[in-house]
Design a protein around this ligand. Structure first.
Ligand SMILES: Cc1cc2nc3c(=O)[nH]c(=O)nc-3n(C[C@H](O)[C@H](O)[C@H](O)COP(=O)(O)O)c2cc1C
Length: 355
């Protein structure tokens, strides 16, 4: 078995290692370091305005000549239900008061932001785009493909992977339930809080059903995880938590400390922070919200309703009231440069492969 695969040739990278585009936590330095080390760095652009995205792409282009990607959230068509928002606002009121936070004005600009990002990606000649939360419209896919931009979709079930392949994308990330952060699920069944299909089950079942290459994600932290994924039929890995705790990541010290002090049993999948299921370290916010007696508003509404509260908590060093996305392998994190992390993964994988 070799570390050169269809993924490395398609994405034009040395190693089959993708740094996940973690919205809110990537920096141009992280993205460029990963790309310069031979992997594929990814700008986590899910929450970015076009101005911010333009700045980040320009900065990454100054730091590397090698391929990188931009990660985007596919906009949802979920409806704003005023009564649901009023009810949630009433529930959050005492907590907002405690943190001295005003009630936010909900402003859903997802679709426009997504369209602007696509135009910018074309204009700036970004080599690859990865998507989560669904499949973009066919016109968008065709527009990007016409520019030879490589397209990476995220699937949490075989059904979703088949849909991504049928839409004409180039690579599927099989995101197992160990994964930190939001689940990319978009089909009716897989979008629920359960079932949660683990990486070991998901990767070979997807690999058996589609022809485009599969990249494994969820709980992978080192060379063992890379080789294991490849044995299961993956042609690369996408890693989030391992890069989140690297020197170049944008995660705060509070956040990094919470992950280093956590165990494999400390995370839960919850929709209380943003309205979409995501895996993070269990804390007081989740416990309090679990007492909420109504449906949680959908993403992006709940995300906006809780955003200022979480930001203020994080700013004041309160890890109990902010989201702490993390995968299930926190004992395997290392505090080092993303460059050394990649070097170590490749070295360990080669040692295993060459006996
Ligand atoms: C802090 C954090 C933020 C994330 N944000 C995104 C995101 O914006 N877009 C995305 O496609 N995946 C996101 N993910 C999920 C990753 O793409 C990937 O599936 C996951 O990190 C793999 O599991 P691991 O964390 O155990 O490596 C995020 C993961 C983490 C840990």
């Amino acid at each position: 078995m070799k570390l050169t695969t269809r993924v490395t040739s398609m994405l034009n990278v040395k190693y089959p290692i993708i740094q996940a585009g973690m919205a809110g936590s990537t920096t141009p330095e992280l993205v460029a370091t990963v790309s310069n080390a031979g992997g594929l760095g990814t700008i986590g652009a899910g929450y970015f305005s076009s101005d911010r995205l333009e700045q980040e792409i320009t900065y990454v282009q100054e730091l590397t000549d090698l391929p990188y990607a931009v990660n985007l959230f596919v906009p949802s068509d979920k409806l704003y239900v005023p009564e649901q928002v009023e009810h949630m606002n009433a529930w959050l009121k005492p907590y907002r008061r405690a943190f001295n936070i005003e009630e936010p004005v909900i402003n859903i600009t997802e679709k426009q932001q997504f369209e602007d990002a696509i135009e910018l990606i074309i204009e700036k000649g970004v080599p690859a785009v990865s998507f989560t939360f669904g499949i973009p419209e066919q016109t968008v896919i065709e527009k990007l493909k016409a520019r030879h931009i490589k397209l990476i979709g995220t699937a949490t079930s075989v059904e979703e992977a088949i849909a991504i392949e049928s839409a004409g994308m180039d690579v599927v990330v099989a995101q197992g339930s160990e994964a930190g952060g939001h689940r990319g699920a978009f089909s009716e069944t897989a979008s629920q809080l359960t079932p949660l299909v683990g990486t070991m089950s998901l990767v070979p079942q997807i690999a058996d059903q589609i022809n485009i290459p599969v990249v494994a994600a969820g709980g992978i932290m080192d060379g063992r995880g890379l080789v294991a994924s490849m044995v299961l039929g993956a042609e690369g890995v996408q890693m989030g938590t391992a890069f989140l705790t690297s020197d170049e990541s944008g995660a705060s010290q509070l956040y990094k400390n919470a992950i280093s002090q956590s165990k494999e049993t400390d995370t839960v999948v919850t929709n209380v922070f943003t309205g979409k299921p995501a895996r993070g370290i269990d804390n007081e916010f989740i416990h309090k919200m679990n007492e909420y007696d109504d449906n949680i508003p959908d993403y992006p509404i709940q995300n906006q309703l809780t955003n200022a509260l979480r930001k203020e908590a994080a700013k004041t060093g309160n890890a109990q009231w902010t989201h702490l996305w993390s995968g299930q392998s926190p004992r395997l994190i290392q505090h080092l440069s993303a460059w050394t992390l990649i070097e170590n993964i490749v070295k360990q994988a080669n040692e295993i492969l060459n006996g």
